[in-house]
Write a protein that binds this ligand. Structure first.
Ligand SMILES: [Zn+2]
Length: 82
């Protein structure tokens, strides 16, 4: 069994600063005007850049292209304090 196949972040270098130390995090983000929850990002602990891999980017694009298919509309009360 090759357990390392799914965890390739170990020793992976940051494309921005070239340092190792990439960590996978889950964050909410807004992409194409759609609020997307639990998106896996690779996060560089050195320069604090976030990246998403190709598969994730493609999923985000699919969601942004067709939000009615992937997203549910949530109505909630929003108030502003003036
Ligand atoms: Zn970096």
């Amino acid at each position: 069994m090759n357990k390392r196949a799914s965890q390739q972040t170990e020793g992976k270098k940051c494309p921005m600063c070239g340092q190792p130390g990439i960590k996978v995090i889950r964050e909410d983000t807004i992409f194409g005007g759609v609020w997307v929850e639990n998106v896996p990002f690779e996060y560089c602990q050195n320069c604090h850049e976030r990246f998403c891999d190709l598969a994730t980017a493609q999923q985000l694009e699919a969601i942004a292209d067709n939000p009615a298919k992937f997203a549910k509309m949530i109505e909630r009360p929003v108030a502003h304090v003036v």
